[in-house]
Design a protein around this ligand. Structure first.
Ligand SMILES: *Cc1c(COP(=O)(O)O)cnc(C)c1O
Length: 364
């Protein structure tokens, strides 16, 4: 292939996330219910919407490349210094910059087989090598991750807590122990995309300046701003300020900074989302139980639903749900692919789920 580097020419042409819009185009019909991408169907803070509406005519201005106001507000929110926080284009964008900063050709990165895929995509793109360990009982396996890191001399070890695609989680103490067991050369990449939706006691108590870990957070899930692409990392100042060497300085746009700042201040709306997510998790469990299925406990805004058979069966059920107009996704790797992944949504979404599921469970 002309013009590509040998590395780029050798990359697989995979798209980790096919959008619901693309699926609609491919299938020639629109979805009536959008429960596949763990978006927050309860929406962003009305204060964030108001701030965006008020700012619309100002979009001729570039955003503040320092993300000053948002970074300072986040620092106050977490009781850390602004130098402990960098803002980026969602966790996905921050993972790319982190890998670019820390991974040279051939360096090893440890993750779980079937875990959230974006990290792998960046690691491969920068010439690193993914080493994956299996899940254990539908959980990412901290001790196996640490053992593999020791084995292969990993530079990065990734864990999402709570996890996507299974919605399972570990208590704070498990993550703290993982940190203590980590080999010296490895950095823990702690993806906390769903932490605002997890029960108390899930977020570990870690000093922002702890050199062993970087934590990743996002406005895409509990804050309902996935379309804007705003996330942030909390970590030691030398690592955090290094992001300035490689980041896309206007990557977080002006609208995103304004909306995230307003969203962060709307505690009442966050509570509203947390309550609705909890209700919807219960509703998904009830609907699936009525259909003889078992919903896994979840600390996220989605529920993995065990369909009781193998991945081929679940893929057939998923196809039927898509045909019925309900957008869902499912884990890619066995044995987790016995599950459907259903995002939380409004009562109307839950009604559509309940209506479509019985027929979908009897694929031809
Ligand atoms: C959704 C999700 C992300 C993506 O976050 P963005 O900030 O939207 O890029 C990252 N990690 C996990 C585990 C997720 O489920």
């Amino acid at each position: 292939m002309p013009r590509l580097t040998p590395l780029a020419a050798g990359l697989p042409a995979t798209v980790p996330f096919v959008s619901p819009e693309q699926t609609e185009r491919d299938r020639g019909r629109v979805f009536t219910s959008r429960l596949g991408a763990n978006e927050n169907g309860f929406g962003p803070s009305p204060l964030a919407v108001q701030a965006m509406q008020g700012a619309a005519a100002q979009m001729w201005k570039y955003g503040d490349s320092a993300n000053h106001d948002l970074r300072h507000a986040l620092a106050a929110h977490h009781g850390v210094r602004p130098e402990n926080i960098t803002v980026g284009e969602g966790i996905d964008g921050l993972l790319g910059n982190l890998v670019r900063l820390t991974i040279a050709a051939g360096d090893r990165v440890v993750t779980s087989l079937g875990a959230y895929p974006t990290l792998n995509y960046h690691v491969t793109g920068f010439g690193g090598v993914i080493e994956a360990v299996p899940y254990r009982n539908d959980h990412e396996d901290p001790s196996a991750l640490v053992a593999k890191a020791r084995d292969v001399g990993a530079r990065l070890v990734y864990i999402a807590n709570p996890d996507n695609p299974m919605g399972t989680w570990h208590q704070a103490g498990v993550i703290e122990q993982m940190l203590d067991d980590l080999p010296d050369d490895a950095l823990l990449v702690l993806d906390e995309a769903y932490i605002e939706l997890a029960p108390p006691g899930t977020a570990p108590n870690i000093d922002a300046n702890d050199p062993r870990v970087i934590r990743l957070r996002t406005f895409s899930k509990a804050y309902g701003l996935a379309g804007l692409r705003v996330g942030y990392a909390i970590g030691p100042t030398d690592l955090i300020t290094a992001f300035d060497r490689v980041r896309n300085h206007f990557g977080v746009n002006r609208m995103g900074q304004i909306a995230a700042l307003a969203a962060l201040q709307d505690h009442a709306h966050l509570t509203h989302v947390q309550n609705n997510v909890a209700r919807s998790r219960d509703r998904i469990a009830a609907i699936t139980a009525e259909n003889g299925l078992c919903a896994l406990p979840s600390a996220t805004n989605f529920v993995a639903v065990d369909c009781g058979q193998n991945g081929d069966y679940t893929r057939a059920v998923l196809a039927q749900m898509l045909d019925a107009g309900v957008f869902l996704r499912m884990p890619a790797v066995a044995p987790m692919d016995r599950c459907l992944r259903v995002s939380c949504g409004t009562d109307a979404d839950m009604d559509l789920l309940a209506a479509a599921l019985p027929a979908a469970l009897n694929p031809r």
